[in-house]
Design a protein around this ligand. Structure first.
Ligand code: DP6
Length: 349
């Protein structure tokens, strides 16, 4: 027999960034972060997990290619999931798995991203959230007190935020065990559904410095990082929560752009400096800044993760459709700029 579960999980984009860990194994951050979860129809990971007595080892395929599960992060997730597994019964198939059986049963995992892996589009976030969710369904794990987000977190920090839709806060927590470092939903997806997200895929190349390595280097060498996590972020988190609560786009855009710029300033303050943005990324920032200035009130916010792709958040559909027209005029996809395409992260315009 074989038992299967398929799940789909969207990616999320941080508007107040996570950068720096206080515990590298458990993946515990040095500051809270806030993100917006994208619409699963556009940028998502789909994962099928299967269990069968015929399987003799845990195996995984990513976009059709087998990858190794020996890495610590996969092992942590699988261990944490198996520890919590419950009894499973499928009467129609005559299958009965007891809690203790999960220790010896092996799983096969097949995962697909519908967007470029490791190009700064938080593919690991959707990936580990989907893995944790699919395995939890397969093994009948009851979701209590954000436990699932704490398992996804041990795969990749930002993954814990992808288990919820809408606006999500990853509370850093204080405990050394990490049990209080979980994601909580601030507002669901219908709370502020005017917003439209457009992603300018500036490059689909694998990034040179992974987020994991980059934040370790920043933690060790950047003084700005420590000032940011202790002084700037706690204040910004409160302001961002208020902006989201009140659907105040002006404050939302100001905080989102400022936090992205500070994150990239921390990368520059790292020794040796890390450059995630390229010329095209910076030209897009200029274009948005000029447009917002011209309009008097911000129409669009921009944010960049550990890569050159621009994530642009427009205040409504009219602004989004104008934005797309302007982007296509000033930045037509071409090999010169490395800009390959525009992707819609949320709803169609
Ligand atoms: C810039 O979650 O990819 O996207 O926890 O080491 O796997 P690890 O890092 P990861 O870092 C994401 C960093 C970021 C900001 C964010 O998503 O908050």
């Amino acid at each position: 027999w074989i038992l299967m579960v398929t799940a789909r999980s969207p990616t999320n984009i941080a508007v107040i960034k996570y950068w720096g860990k206080r515990d590298e194994t458990l993946i515990l951050p040095i500051n809270d972060s806030i993100s917006v979860t994208l619409d699963p129809d556009h940028l998502c990971t789909t994962t099928t997990v299967a269990v069968s007595p015929a399987f003799d080892s845990d195996r995984m395929w990513l976009n059709g290619k087998e990858i190794s599960l020996s890495g610590g992060r996969y092992q942590s997730c699988l261990r944490e999931i198996r520890r919590r597994a419950g009894d499973v019964e499928d009467e129609k198939k005559g299958i009965r798995i007891r809690k203790v059986d999960w220790e010896r049963l092996r799983v096969h995992i097949a995962s697909y991203n519908n967007f470029p892996t490791a190009a700064g589009l938080a593919s690991s976030a959707a990936g580990f959230a989907c893995l944790a969710f699919a395995l939890a369904k397969l093994m009948n794990i009851k979701e209590e007190n954000g436990e699932l987000s704490s398992i996804a977190r041990q795969g990749s920090g930002s993954a814990c935020r992808s288990l919820y839709g809408g606006f999500v806060k990853w509370v850093m927590g204080n405990d050394a065990s990490g049990h209080d470092s979980i994601a909580v939903q601030l507002a669901n997806e219908s709370h502020w559904d005017d917003l439209v997200i457009i992603i300018a895929a500036v490059s689909s190349q694998q990034k040179e410095t992974s987020s994991t390595a980059g934040m370790r280097e920043s933690f060790d060498t950047s003084t700005l990082l420590h000032y940011r996590s202790k002084v700037v972020v706690p204040r910004r988190i409160l302001q961002m929560e208020e902006a989201i609560r009140n659907r105040d786009f002006q404050s939302f855009a100001r905080l989102t752009c400022a936090d992205s710029n500070q994150f990239h300033a921390v990368c520059l303050d790292t020794s040796p400096p890390i450059f995630y943005m390229n010329d095209t990324s910076r030209r897009i920032i200029n274009c948005v800044e000029r447009w917002n200035q011209f309009e008097g009130t911000p129409q669009v916010a921009y944010t960049y993760d550990a890569g050159p792709n621009a994530v642009l958040i427009a205040c409504n559909r009219a602004a989004a459709s104008l934005l797309l027209k302007r982007l296509l005029f000033y930045f037509p996809p071409s090999p010169d700029t490395e800009l390959t395409s525009y992707l819609l992260g949320d709803k169609s315009i």
